[in-house]
Design a protein around this ligand. Structure first.
Ligand SMILES: [Zn+2]
Length: 95
């Protein structure tokens, strides 16, 4: 069982992931999530690609920055979050 990361550890990881991503900080699942918003690191959570409950590690390669919506909607699933959060952009033709 992987142990929980401290806030300090999480912040350090977030900074590393943000650096790797390189362009602002957006939700890793943004193609799935309604939001193309740029978040602050505090607004993003660490999402385990392989959930901790499935022996996912706290290594960088298993962690991505995800918005709270995506992280929560994904839960312990191995898969990306459902696309329901796209619905908020209905009738939005800006692209
Ligand atoms: Zn998201």
């Amino acid at each position: 069982m992987a142990k929980h990361l401290t806030k300090k550890q999480k912040d350090a990881i977030k900074h590393q992931l943000a650096y790797v991503v390189g362009f602002g900080v957006s939700c890793f699942w943004k193609t799935r999530c309604s939001s193309s918003d740029i978040f602050t690191l505090d607004e993003l959570t660490l999402d385990h690609l392989i959930p901790k409950s499935k022996d996912g590690s706290n290594n960088l390669e298993n962690l991505r920055l995800a918005c709270v919506h995506c992280n929560q909607s994904r839960g312990n699933s191995l898969f990306p979050p459902p696309q329901k959060y796209r619905s908020s952009s209905l009738n939005d033709s800006t692209k």
